[in-house]
Design a protein around this ligand. Sequence first.
Ligand SMILES: *Cc1c(COP(=O)(O)O)cnc(C)c1O
Length: 233
Amino acid sequence: MTISAQLDQVRASIAEAAQHAGRNPASVALLAVSKTFGPRAVIEAADAGQREFGENYVQEVLEKIAAVKASRPDLALVWHFIGPLQSNKTRAIAEQVDWVHSVDRLKIAQRLSDQRPVHLPPLNICLQVNVSGEASKRGVRPDELLALAAAVTGLPRLRLRGLMAIPEPVADPVLQRKPFTQLRQLQQQLRAIGIDTDTLSMGMSADMAAAIAEGATIVRIGTSIFGQRDYAH
Ligand SMILES: *Cc1c(COP(=O)(O)O)cnc(C)c1O
């Protein structure tokens, strides 16, 4: 299937999951995760109407932004960095992308704020939370989230938009919802202390419907749009 046809299918699945949850389909944004796929795949998706792209390797996103810009300067794309970020790589990310979903410590947030160029709008930030059952060590612990969020709201060149999670893959759609419930509740706890955010970045190809049922406002979809990734090269 073409990328355009796969995108249509994903959009239809999002609409169906949203309607099933009693939500407006327009309240769920689709982030196309193009990692490991080249600039041509991005351009193909863009020509099918996709505007928001997610990447999780620093070098790869920088090269891809430059390549897409060079061959199609007409495309106004929105780039989201969703992968692990080391402090020595923050400057290029602060200069080149519109969103970072994977902030989990204050030092990284401070650097992104310091390094965000003044001619650009504030960088949109999600805090990555290590929700229950998460395999990786990444993400802020839930009991440390409120303090981190409060500190990040004080940084002048960042705009705290919400929370992100990457739960461990499970097949059961009922169990899939648990970590997403937790993320939604953490967002409500932030609201209760006066930190109002509008974004829950949760749900990937295999657990998108569960995430939408729990309030996802951005789903991050790679495989269902671009196909299986090949890490052999
Ligand atoms: C790769 C990746 C995705 C997309 O995963 P798929 O299962 O291919 O949809 C989403 N979020 C993050 C953080 C990723 O690294």
